[in-house]
Design a protein around this ligand. Structure first.
Ligand SMILES: [Zn+2]
Ligand SMILES: [Zn+2]
Length: 349
């Protein structure tokens, strides 16, 4: 089978590898669509990921396909079934898992290798995080289950029920994740103000339901501009960082009104720190939260949401490429030309 192998920083090789054979409880997935993600760009640049993979490795983690073979004991899925497989599976036995915080599982297993013709899905993933794709949902759209699952987990972390209906929410960053936040929050009736330096992406944000957009400068110092656009200039109840830039984390916190919540969703580099206005946090009773990854429940909800008409997620798909085009796809994302690219065995197939 053909597969994209990450060899190191900005080094990908297309290799011909043997098709894996599923063991007991495992399935072989014929990957029909894999979508590229900001995390893949990070992995490509760094030549690995501190938690998810170490080069040389197969990579790509947003996938949908068909069951091409099943190992002994697999009863839930049959040959040819269209399925979506999430890229992690928790143990369900550790402390965080028992609290329902499976994304923090102490033995979380990750699955990479979607940029290939086939992918071996381990038993734990088959049991906990593989789902049939409902009729009418395309493979490309189904592959968005993973990023949307992360976003729905992030929305849970916003405690929106504390703030009532139609909450004013600032979203910093109009990449795929910021846009998915915008779409999901707007679909729930919230008033999203989307901030980003890229006018084209802000337009997409509007099409996905943003009530207002702000074209901001790159690299922080934008809290005043953002706050000025909120109701009476008081600041937002909730601000979400979807950039992973420490200066923007500070902006998200500084653009809140008293009682507000900052959801620092974008992952920063290890060791990154931010300055915090301590008086603002204390006297304004701000809530500052991190959110990471997804839980099996957020994956199920994401697939359900994608199966309905409520979310124009297709606007995030900027085209298709064959497996040989993975590197080109990631480079077009680095140039901010593409949001997400669908990788398929054959272009247009
Ligand atoms: Zn992803
Ligand atoms: Zn666990």
């Amino acid at each position: 089978m053909q597969a994209a192998v990450l060899l190191g920083p900005e080094r990908i090789e297309i290799q011909e590898l043997p098709v894996p054979r599923p063991g007991p409880g495992e399935i072989l997935l014929s990957v029909e669509a894999a979508t590229t993600c900001g995390t893949d760009v990070k992995v490509y640049r760094l030549g690995g990921h501190p938690r998810m993979l170490r080069a040389p490795a197969l990579f790509g983690h947003e996938m949908a396909g068909r069951v091409a073979a099943a190992g002994a004991g697999v009863t839930e899925f049959a040959l040819g079934d269209p399925v979506v497989v999430a890229n992690s599976a928790p143990c369900l036995a550790c402390g965080p898992c028992k609290m329902g915080r499976e994304n923090l599982c102490e033995d979380l297993q990750y699955l990479n290798g979607a940029f290939a013709e086939f992918l071996l899905v381990p038993e734990r993933f088959v049991r906990l995080n593989t789902h049939p794709i409902p009729n009418g949902l395309s493979f490309a759209r189904a592959a968005l289950t993973e990023p949307l699952g992360c976003v729905l987990h992030g929305i849970d972390a916003c405690d929106l029920q504390r703030y009532g209906q139609g909450v004013e929410i600032l979203v910093f960053g109009a990449g795929p994740i910021g846009l998915l936040f915008t779409a999901a929050l707007a679909a729930d009736g919230h008033r999203v103000i989307l901030a980003d330096p890229n006018p084209g992406r802000l337009e997409t944000g509007k099409a996905l339901g943003a009530a207002d957009t702000i074209e901001i400068a790159r690299g922080g110092g934008q809290a005043d501009a953002a706050r000025a656009r909120t109701e009476d200039g008081k600041g937002a109840w909730v601000a979400i960082d979807a950039t992973g830039v420490p200066e923007v984390w500070s902006d998200a916190i500084a653009s809140l009104r008293p009682g507000g919540l900052a959801n620092l969703f974008g992952g920063c580099a290890p060791g990154a720190t931010i300055l915090l206005d301590a008086a603002l946090v204390h006297y304004g009773e701000l809530t500052i939260k991190g959110a990471y990854h997804h839980r099996p429940d957020s994956i199920r909800k994401a697939l359900k949401l994608l199966s309905g008409p409520g979310l124009e997620a297709d606007l995030l798909l900027s085209g298709e490429k064959p497996i040989e085009g993975v590197e080109e796809a990631l480079r077009s994302m680095m140039r901010k030309e593409a949001l997400k690219v669908v990788i398929r065995k054959q272009a247009g197939g």
